[in-house]
Ligand binder design. Structure first.
Ligand code: UN1
Length: 511
């Protein structure tokens, strides 16, 4: 199903300008020669100034100076700022979602969901601002008290990707702010208006509360800006989301200066579908995770590993569901699949489908480009399912598009081995009604991923858990649980109130 017309260039421009202004962006002040295109039509929707890489140290220095005051603001007061920010996000939820739809191509419901994710993480961070708990430990020496305290870390550099143009930054920023840190953000060059608008709302909360403006800075620019953040010794933590290739380039730079990094890189997420699975549920879970967001989430499901007894029926149902997917204008009600980011994404999709077929795969549905005549510069494709004889090399790579490979297994052990055989380790799921199977999949000998789900797909995690994955995914954890600890430094304190000086480990040193 292809809904007919796309918005005109003027309509899109009108929408983004109104939404950005409503969020408080000074469009004239940011005007410049860098054109930004919308994947919805492939046409230009913004003209903005970028920051040069050599201006990065100044921004970091500004943040470092402001840190001296911010670090001593009580954490619950910092939380009050985040609370106000969440109110402004709630008020401007639709404006931000409009920008996400136009710049990232997300369908409206997912764009609104992304802003909701920001509000949720703000709520989490407000609560956290009163719960930055350290521990006390029994000292081995009499008259001594041993404890730990968590202190603000400093400047956090955030590098984010086009597919979650505002939520991923907010996971970092809401938590970093209550932890007493400041943020310098390099958003994707594809989503500059989303970044300016999201930051403008935070900026408004900061100004209202009379806090330093340098709490949050946005540096629009290309990869060189991210590289400059990685290299800057003033950046205590670099939190970078993007491809494994990007992580391999910035990770060693941060490590080389012994800085901290938090990496959220590629995923190659699978669902195991067991013989006892509720197939109605499995089909819905798989289609949302594999075709939703046009396959452009790091948590997108790229592989189905189905038991031999159910694989034929499952594939048949998946194909039928894929045929009913509406592809087209993401702002139109009823559209489920919006555009790919650009020509490069579409080319990568095409190449991967061809390679899978060359490896013996059978293309069951999808892969066609649509709406090409109406918008030659936009790249809409029909989500594809390819039945594979094995997990060949192309299945081991992450193609950032709606391409789902279906493989077959006989024993659960084999399914787990296939789940774990790829280099990435972000998300995974199992559809089963057999509790022992589900538990095994979640156990130490089960999935090796950071996210392990039962009877839901691989994407759409809630903010309350720690988000991230292992192996080529980079090992970082963001958002909920105790991910905040990466944004603070820990001091361990021993207080001696005994009047004596007993040494630990029974050491004697008499002078
Ligand atoms: C990403 O694609 O970079 O779990 C993040 C999810 C979202 C976050 C995805 N909450 O799909």
């Amino acid at each position: 199903r292809i809904p007919p017309s796309l918005p005109t260039e003027e309509e899109l421009r009108g929408r983004v300008e109104a939404a950005a202004r409503a969020c408080g962006v000074d469009l004239e002040g940011h005007a410049g020669p860098r054109e930004g295109r919308s994947p919805v039509t492939g046409t230009v929707v913004s003209s903005l100034a970028w920051t040069a890489a050599d201006e990065v140290p100044r921004a970091v220095e500004r943040a470092r100076e402001a840190f001296l005051d911010w670090r001593v603001v009580p954490a619950p007061v910092r939380g009050a700022l985040v609370k106000r920010w969440a109110e402004l996000l709630t008020e401007h939820k639709e404006d931000l979602a409009t920008l996400v739809t136009v710049e990232a191509g997300k369908v409206t419901s997912e764009a609104l969901g992304e802003v909701q994710e920001m509000i949720d993480v703000c709520d989490f961070a407000v609560g956290l601002s009163r719960q930055l708990y350290g521990r006390t430990m029994p000292s081995e020496r009499p008259g001594h008290r041993l404890s730990e305290t968590w202190h603000p870390l400093g400047v956090v550099g955030v590098v984010s990707a086009f597919n979650f143009p505002v939520a991923v930054w907010s996971w970092n920023t809401a938590v970093a702010l209550v932890c007493g840190d400041l943020v310098v953000w390099k958003p994707s060059e594809r989503t500059p208006l989303c970044a300016l608008a999201a930051d403008a709302l935070l900026g408004r909360a900061v100004r209202e509360a009379g806090h330093p403006e340098a709490l949050s800075q946005v540096l629009l620019g290309g990869p060189e800006v991210g590289e400059a953040l990685a290299a800057d010794r003033g950046v205590a933590l670099l939190s970078a989301t993007g491809s494994t290739r990007m992580g391999r380039s910035v990770g060693p730079v941060v490590a080389g200066r012994l800085g901290r990094s938090l990496l959220e890189l590629g995923g190659n997420n699978a669902a195991v579908v067991a013989p006892s699975a509720d197939l109605d549920l499995a089909v819905r879970g798989i289609v949302f995770a594999a075709a939703g967001t046009a396959g452009q989430r790091c948590t997108t499901m790229r592989r189905v590993i189905a038991h031999r007894d159910v694989v034929d029926e499952l594939t048949e149902r998946l194909v039928a569901a894929y045929r009913s997917l509406s592809v087209g204008d993401p702002s139109r009600e009823g559209t489920l699949v919006g555009p790919l980011l650009d020509a490069r994404s579409a080319e990568a999709f095409r190449v991967a489908v061809d390679r899978a077929v060359a490896d013996g795969g059978e293309l069951l549905v999808g892969s066609e480009r649509v709406l090409e005549e109406e918008a030659p510069e936009a790249f809409y494709v029909r989500p594809a399912v390819v039945r594979m004889p094995a997990q060949t090399e192309v299945v081991h790579t992450e193609t950032f598009a709606p391409l789902l490979y279906v493989m077959t297994y006989d024993t659960l052990e084999e399914a787990v081995a296939m789940n774990n055989a790829v280099p990435q380790g972000l998300s995974s799921s199992i559809f089963t009604r057999d509790q022992a199977e589900a538990e095994l999949f979640c156990s130490a000998e089960g999935s090796d991923c950071g996210i392990v789900n039962v009877n839901i797909g691989t994407s759409g995690a809630e903010i309350g858990g720690a988000f991230g994955g292992e192996k080529d995914t980079g090992g970082g954890r963001e958002s909920g649980s105790d991910a905040w600890k990466a944004y603070m430094r820990r001091s361990t304190t021993t207080v001696n109130y005994s009047g004596e000086l007993p040494l630990a480990q029974g050491v004697t040193f008499e002078v």
